[in-house]
Ligand binder design. Structure first.
Ligand SMILES: *Cc1c(COP(=O)(O)O)cnc(C)c1O
Length: 367
């Protein structure tokens, strides 16, 4: 009988902080495709794969962490959860809170939240407050609410989130048979780069569980390459940015919560965290949809933009295996696909209800 994917907690239960008594809150997240990127592979001479996280239940990798965070919230007896969000965390928290039967409050920054993400939070019944401030201000308030009020914080400062998100690395190794040479991903609040590094490290060494020691699964760990948007690149600057600015709203973060673990991921792996401009991000966004057949939101394209930029600088080795996490679905933020390179919007060509005219418009000649 075909195996039905059971969500990341049940698939990787022996490597997550859960027990047999744990009531698992899941929407079937994880098990996302690792797509061979043909054109990026041709470009670089390496085998490039895309971990397509837009295929998660709410359309981003946030669901991997949210299944753990919501399971922990229920285990702790919480009645309500809170999060700060640039959009995808709120969409995920709202959906998983619904599955858990919990109330959900989300704090989003003024302006610049995509319609797709906002509508998800509303559809799932979250109480949504738009704070007169940026993401970092929202996270500050959410943390304080979690400390002093009866609500459970489900941002990635909650270690359960990182535990869930590390399963992305497990799946990559399980698909490829070993760790890749380089793992590339966008960096915003820096939870995901921290989580992947944790996952890769755990899979490359014997792992202690309650029921004994699991053997190493991979023979190595990858070099981690993180990419930030140039207007929101605190790791590149070496200090927090007070007014982060980029069209890639998912990574528009000036004061990353997972600072130390992201720096450790970069340095322990011999990797880097660099910046890409909004134009480079949009070019990579177009590359993914037009050349690879994978539709992502702009922030998700930062890793691909980084790889293309490093390749142009002669810094991408050939003959290697490279995985890029593309973090969220293109339908979250669809207006970017309708924008042409000169900034105007694509308009559909209007034609009469007539096959001959349609064929002529398509440049077809009759057989
Ligand atoms: C959250 C998010 C990111 C950034 O991940 P961090 O863990 O905050 O670094 C990137 N892309 C998308 C689509 C996201 O939702």
């Amino acid at each position: 009988m075909a195996h039905q994917w059971r969500g990341v907690i049940r698939e990787y239960a022996d490597r997550l902080p859960v027990t047999e008594a744990t009531k698992v809150i899941t929407l079937g997240e994880g098990g996302t495709p690792l797509v061979h990127a043909q054109k990026l592979s041709e470009l670089t001479g390496s085998e490039v794969y895309l971990k397509v996280e837009g295929m998660n239940p709410t359309g981003s990798f946030k669901d991997r962490g949210m299944t753990m965070a919501m399971t922990a919230a229920v285990e702790a007896g919480a009645k309500a959860v809170v999060c700060a969000s640039t959009g995808n965390t709120s969409a995920s928290a709202a959906a998983y809170a619904t599955a858990a039967g919990l109330k959900c409050a989300v704090l989003v920054p003024e302006g610049k939240i995509s319609m797709g993400k906002l509508s998800q939070a509303i559809a799932h019944g979250a109480t949504l407050l738009q704070v007169d401030g940026n993401f970092d201000n929202c996270l500050d308030i959410a943390r304080k609410l979690g400390e002093a009020y009866p609500v459970f914080l489900v941002n990635s400062v909650n270690p359960a989130r990182i535990q869930g998100q590390k399963t992305g690395a497990f799946e990559v190794v399980d698909s490829l048979g070993d760790a890749p040479d380089i793992h590339v991903l966008p960096v915003g609040n820096a939870g995901n780069i921290s989580a992947y590094w944790k996952g890769y490290k755990e899979y490359s060494a014997p792992f202690e569980t309650a029921n004994g020691t699991l053997p190493a699964v991979s023979t190595k760990t990858p070099i981690m390459w993180g990419f930030q948007a140039a207007g929101a690149a605190p790791f590149v600057a070496g200090h927090p940015i007070t007014e982060p600015d980029t069209i890639a709203t998912a990574i528009r973060i000036g004061n990353p919560a997972s600072w130390d673990t992201a720096v450790a991921a970069r340095d322990e792996s011999g990797g880097l965290i660099e910046a890409v401009t909004d134009d480079e991000i949009l070019a990579a966004h177009r590359w993914l949809s037009a050349k690879e057949g994978v539709f992502v939101e702009p922030g998700s394209a930062a890793g691909v933009a980084g790889l293309i930029k490093k390749h142009a600088a002669g810094d991408v080795p050939s003959g290697k295996t490279i995985v890029i996490t593309v973090t969220g679905h293109g339908l979250k933020d669809p207006q970017w696909a309708l924008r042409t390179e000169d900034g105007s919007d694509v308009q559909p060509v209007k034609v009469p209800n007539d096959v001959v005219t349609v064929a002529a418009e398509l440049g077809l000649e009759e057989n």
